[in-house]
Design a protein around this ligand. Sequence first.
Ligand code: AMP
Ligand code: ZN
Length: 134
Amino acid sequence: MENCIFCKIANGEIPSNTLYEDDDFRVILDIEPATKGHALILPKKHFANLYEIDDERASKVLLVAKQMATKMQKALNCDGLNVVQNNGVAAGQTVFHFHMHLVPRYEQDDAGLDMPNKKAADYDLKEVAAQIIG
Ligand code: AMP
Ligand code: ZN
């Protein structure tokens, strides 16, 4: 992908604050962090989103997330940590190269990644399950 900024960062053509790198992934600090230590896991190969990433990297990415989250929690002494991965504009995706956010959370921070639950859905949950299962 010629004009993909995350392809360029992941492959080292554009410098970044790199926290970790292996053959498949680079982990960098987000340039506009929601909280101190906000990091992004980028595959070196281009995939637009979760629907497209290959199975091998899809399974590896959670291992990288686990290792990084553990290291970050110890180093930053954060009180919590969100793992966030957006797919599509409606979900807040702005860079269309798969990435996983690791967002350290601190008591009283203002990051606010809220997804408020509704007390009752105005559709039947059994029907939704049937629709998804097919
Ligand atoms: P998303 O909204 O899930 O697509 O997230 C894109 C993220 O990439 C945002 O948190 C941006 O701050 C971050 N971002 C965009 N450009 C850069 C860059 N050049 N280096 C590091 N992070 C970036
Ligand atoms: Zn890319």
